[in-house]
Design a protein around this ligand. Structure first.
Ligand SMILES: [Zn+2]
Length: 353
């Protein structure tokens, strides 16, 4: 990992510096000689920004050039505040009010961060073969403008690391489910594993079809949890082993509880998913942006309480540190430490414009 100004943390993937300037002949060439060339601050932000020097074309560029926020007239602090407020379930209008900006400006910033977050997530998941043992999948109901046009959010989640693998927006059909499962399949690589991959979902038939067509060459076992409700009261829970037997699902794996708790977190954190409010989605692109921001926040930035590991040092005083905290990405082996928002902004990854 190249040493950067705002990089106190480490990735398990090596990223090389490159020149992000449009028209530069060697944008991705690795022998492109990039050197550090001083720092600067902007008039509305106290955070230092790194300047680099591009040796082939003899010009300077700012680390902000690595993301779509370049020339968007905000400070790093404001960008960071936008991301955090968005993660607390605030709408674009509310954030605009807090930061004293125009809602359109906030939407543009959010688009910039979301693009970078999606590219980053893909680069990470495709560079390292993920250790996936147990996937749970679910879909969240939502709608676009009015309740007649339904919009479902399909989410996939690796249980042991609590890693949110990806999401897909669309209708509640096999088509959307297949798109999502195909993406998961890309992340898995071609490793043969000793234990079959465990998959649990609810009773939606779309998953069965999607798994059958996409996971044809993968050894997997599949369990459907069929819940029957009368009005809202849960009456029965039936386990339906579609592929594999009860012996394949040992311990606390015969459920969809983890993903259900996770979808609750999402409803809390994405303003468009809060039901019985007027905060519903009016534009699909904004919905995608909010989800990507949350994916970065959840996977790479926030510690997950259930992933903490006890420290083996014998305790001397009661103020001594007892745990090492981990993010889902750390548990998955993608990063060494929790990342920050600024780290995402200046990371040298090409975002196609
Ligand atoms: Zn250049």
């Amino acid at each position: 990992m190249a040493v950067m100004n705002h990089a106190p943390t480490k990735l398990n993937v090596e990223l090389k510096l490159f020149c992000p300037r449009r028209g530069c002949p060697y944008p991705q060439s690795l022998d492109n000689k990039i050197t550090k060339d001083g720092v600067y601050t902007t008039k509305n932000g106290g955070v230092f920004r790194q300047m680099f020097y591009c040796g082939t074309r003899e010009h300077r560029f700012s680390e902000t050039g690595y993301c779509d926020l370049f020339g968007k007239h905000g400070s790093f602090k404001e960008y960071e505040q936008l991301c955090k407020l968005s993660g607390y379930g605030l709408s674009v209008d509310a954030i605009a009010d807090v930061l004293l900006k125009d809602p359109r400006t906030i939407a543009v910033w959010q688009r910039g961060v979301s693009k970078k977050a999606s590219v980053f997530h893909n680069v990470m998941c495709l560079s390292i073969t993920l250790t996936v043992l147990f996937i749970q999948m679910d879909e969240l109901w939502s709608f676009l403008r009015n309740k007649n046009s339904q919009l479902w959010v399909f989410v996939g989640f690796e249980v042991d690391s609590r890693f949110w693998m990806n999401f897909e927006l669309g209708s509640r059909t096999t088509h959307t489910a297949t798109k999502r499962v195909t993406r998961i399949n890309h992340y898995l690589g071609k490793l043969s594993r000793i234990n079959p991959l465990k998959v649990t979902t609810d009773k939606l038939a779309a998953y069965k079809n999607a798994l059958q067509s996409v996971f044809a060459e993968i050894d997997y076992v599949y369990l459907q949890i069929v819940k029957k409700r009368i009005k809202i009261r849960l009456v029965t829970v039936k386990k339906c082993f579609v592929k594999g037997t009860e012996d394949d699902f040992k311990g606390k794996t015969q459920n969809t509880s983890y993903i259900e708790r996770f979808t609750l977190t999402l409803r809390q954190r994405v303003s468009y998913l809060q039901i019985k409010t007027v905060g519903y989605c009016k534009k699909k692109a904004n919905f995608t942006d909010a989800l990507w921001l949350n994916l970065y926040d959840y996977n790479y930035r926030c510690h997950h309480k259930s992933l903490r590991l006890p420290l083996t040092v014998p305790s001397v005083s009661r103020f001594q540190k007892k745990w090492t905290h981990r993010t889902p990405a750390m548990a998955m082996g993608l990063t060494q430490d929790a990342l920050t928002w600024i780290f995402l902004f200046v990371m040298p990854i090409l975002v196609t414009r």
